[in-house]
Design a protein around this ligand. Structure first.
Ligand code: NDP
Length: 494
């Protein structure tokens, strides 16, 4: 059973600035809602502009304090201690994440929380083993010079993150930022402030110097998000969220020519060839469509199936969809709620639009009937459509819900063209037992990540990011160092 059902309305979620928990200086608060029940379960203290400026100032001061003077080995030790402390307090993080998102405990306990710790540990390892570039250079007078690269922290990094995997996506940025010697000001989504706030306790427990990690709560435009991106002492901005928000942040980043790293939206395709192992396909694609109630940037919303397999694929995927149980908290088949009433309305708008655009609703398409405490939660049914035109709105726009449209194809070229016909380019999956075709088609996908016969198999050392409107830059392993460090070339005449 989830314990969030009975959570009292007494939780107070504070900003964390300079190592101290603080209320918002202008007294504003907003409600923290449990999406599984629709109940208010806490009050979040919204950061004012003065609070955001104080957080950035604390982060800037910390760069020149004990943190800035630490050796790499000392920094690695602290960051590794953060990972261990998250693991020690994993139950607290689990409670916080489940309360904010309503997601199944087994999802949070297998994905969100362990990845929160792994994001610190892995980047501590990357820093510990990082090589540097050097060249022996001939000089005009017949002598030699040594060119080498020194990597320095970029400074104060603004970390702005979404609500779907709050701790995971935040630490994916905070881990490498700190490992590289930067300081951070985090603006979590207003829907999911808890784990970012809780991480402040971890930082204090391990003895992280004050100001290295700061959290400001609030909204986007006209609130903490915009105050943060507008602050001229922020040296770089790393953001995960919607493409439209990325565009707004980029305009702010232009002031002062600040660097950005963006992980944005997607409309990810799957191509299923007739020779694919259907058991593997249904296992992988049902997770890809329905895991986290479809609120996964890497999730699949467009499926192209080779015609001979089409009917059987639909039959099996329908069974898989119907096995997910919205509202059945505690049941291993629990399909959690969407994050908010507003997002539920958006997803249901696409469900209606699909019908208006001529879809056959194979399964789902509405709001499930749920009794008891969860009757007020923001649930929708897992949904499959056929009969949609490839260029329909529902097949082009990111929905971020537990749904996908399935379209048959007859030839490999046709499938590749359909999959690539999108302004996005985050990820794709290809399902085939034909080795040559697997490599050929994977290489033709215009995406940052292509999975073959699997999905969401992540190795944190690999480059992660999207092409097209799905992002700018790559993070992961040594690729994160490109963003979180400033490279200086030093040339020494010998
Ligand atoms: P949003 O873009 O709405 O919000 C993301 C964060 O940006 C939130 O903290 C939000 O604050 C903040 N924000 C909003 N407007 C501004 C602004 N003008 N200035 C500064 N900050 C702002 O995304 P969602 O939270 O709705 O997340 C879902 C989106 O994230 C989907 O599009 C999904 O594809 C994408 N995503 C991409 C991933 C990737 O790796 N490519 C991974 C996961 C998600 P607040 O919400 O509090 O208003």
């Amino acid at each position: 059973m989830t314990s969030d059902m009975s959570r009292p309305v007494t939780d107070t979620i504070l900003n964390f600035i300079g190592g101290v928990y603080r209320r918002g200086s202008d007294g504003k608060t907003f409600a923290n809602v449990n999406p599984a029940t629709g109940q208010h379960i806490g009050l979040v203290h919204e950061a004012s502009k003065a609070d955001v400026d104080a957080a950035v100032a604390a982060a800037k001061t910390a760069l020149n304090g004990p943190w800035g003077r630490m050796t790499t080995a000392e920094r690695i030790k602290l960051i590794t201690a953060v990972a261990a402390e998250i693991e020690r307090r994993s139950e607290d993080f689990l409670e916080a994440e489940v309360a904010d998102t309503g997601k199944p405990r087994h999802v949070a306990s297998h994905i969100d929380i362990p990845r929160g710790a792994a994001n610190f540990r892995m980047f501590a390892d990357v820093i510990a083993t990082m090589p540097t570039e050097s060249f022996a250079t001939d000089t005009p007078d017949g002598g030699r010079a040594l060119n080498y690269v020194a990597r320095k922290p970029k400074g104060v990094i603004a970390v702005i993150c979404p609500w779907n995997f709050p701790l995971l996506l935040m630490t994916w940025k905070v881990g490498p930022a700190l490992a590289c010697g930067n300081t951070v000001v985090v603006k979590p989504s207003e829907e999911t402030p808890r784990t970012a706030a809780l991480l402040g306790e971890v930082m204090n427990a391990v003895g992280m110097p004050e100001g290295v990690y700061n959290v400001v709560h609030g909204f986007g435009a006209g609130s903490a998000g915009e105050f943060l991106t507008s602050n001229k002492d922020v040296d770089a901005i790393t953001f995960t969220g919607e493409t439209g928000t990325g565009q707004a942040i980029m305009q702010k980043a232009a002031i002062g020519v600040r660097d950005v790293s963006f992980e944005l939206g997607g409309k990810n395709p799957a191509i299923v060839f007739a020779d694919a192992d259907l058991d593997k396909v249904v296992e992988g694609l049902s997770r890809s469509v329905f895991l986290n109630t479809g609120q996964v940037c890497l999730g699949t919303e467009r499926v192209y199936v080779e015609r001979p397999l089409f009917d059987e694929f639909i039959r099996r995927m329908t069974m898989a969809a119907q096995a997910f149980k919205p509202g059945a908290a505690g049941d291993p088949a629990y399909l959690g709620p969407l994050i908010s009433a507003e997002h539920q309305e958006k997803v249901l708008g696409y469900y209606a639009k699909a019908v208006a655009e001529g879809a056959t609703v194979v399964t789902g398409g509405g709001v499930p009937e749920i009794d008891g405490a969860q009757g007020g939660g923001f649930y929708v049914e897992p949904t499959l459509w056929t009969g949609l035109a490839h260029d329909s709105t529902v097949m082009r726009e990111e929905i971020f819900g537990p749904c996908c449209g399935v379209i048959p194809f007859d030839a490999e070229d046709e499938a590749v063209a359909l999959a690539n016909d999108t302004e996005y380019g985050l990820c794709a999956t290809v399902w085939t037992e034909n080795l040559s075709r697997a490599h050929r088609v994977a290489a033709e996908m215009r995406v940052g990540v292509c999975w073959v016969n699997c999905w969401f198999l992540r190795d944190l050392r690999t480059a992660f990011g999207g092409s097209g409107q799905s992002g700018i830059g790559r993070e992961g392993g040594v690729h994160s160092l490109e963003f979180y460090t400033e490279i200086q070339n030093i040339c020494v005449k010998l």
